[in-house]
Design a protein around this ligand. Structure first.
Ligand SMILES: CC(C)(COP(=O)(O)OP(=O)(O)OC[C@H]1O[C@@H](n2cnc3c(N)ncnc32)[C@H](O)[C@@H]1OP(=O)(O)O)[C@@H](O)C(=O)NCCC(=O)NCCS
Length: 173
């Protein structure tokens, strides 16, 4: 049996109800209190990096990469949320969405991606723990879950300090 392949595309305003439904199912109302959620809400998005995945016209996954500054240095992205709907999980969609997004972000000139998540999952996309105390979010986060992936070799060296939402995502150089 061959599996139908899912399509990755940019999110549009019409996708908002389906995206909200995915978020609600994955995280429930508690998502609004998460530190990473609050940073994202305070940042201008880069619409070139808000992705979703469709299968037979149904949205089955989504991932955002939000521009942030780290210690006032631009060129960084905060990954999340990454969601694949319950009945489509463990088919490789999450990894595919993530690798596609990382490649796209690199091509757009971004230098590093940071996220809060489970290392055993994100390891397979090349994420590692950020050395303790080097980079912080403005709220409580388990430091073992604060991960990074360099899009440019050695980029971590350029980034230390507090992560904040970014106002001008076009300036990534
Ligand atoms: C995490 C998530 C996006 C993975 O999507 P997916 O399409 O199922 O992922 P993949 O198919 O690429 O990988 C599946 C594998 O990852 C493993 N995995 C999933 N979540 C994991 C986690 N938190 N920690 C460790 N492994 C995990 C699965 O067990 C599976 O393992 P297998 O390959 O040995 O069977 C999806 O489970 C999801 O939407 N979860 C709810 C929302 C969430 O927690 N998002 C991440 C934080 S923002």
């Amino acid at each position: 049996m061959t599996m139908p392949s899912a399509t990755i595309r940019l999110q549009t305003p019409d996708d908002q109800p389906a995206l909200q439904y995915l978020n609600e199912c994955a995280f429930g109302p508690g998502r609004f209190a998460r530190t990473a959620y609050r940073v994202r809400e305070n940042s201008v998005r880069d619409p070139r990096l808000n992705l979703c995945m469709e299968l037979d016209g149904v949205m089955v996954g989504a991932m955002d990469l939000t521009p942030v500054t780290v210690g006032d240095v631009p060129g960084a992205l905060l990954l999340g949320p990454l969601i694949v709907s319950g009945d489509h999980q463990s088919l490789g969609h999450g990894l595919r969405l993530m690798l596609y997004g990382l490649k796209r972000a690199k091509d757009l000139g971004y230098r590093i991606v940071i996220l809060v998540g489970d290392l055993p999952y994100y390891l397979r996309a090349g994420f590692c723990p950020i050395p303790r105390g080097r980079i912080e979010l403005p709220g409580p986060v388990d430091p073992a879950r604060l991960l990074y992936a360099e899009l440019v070799p050695g980029a971590l060296e350029e980034y230390s300090g507090l992560i904040r939402g970014m106002r001008d995502p076009s300036n990534v150089d």
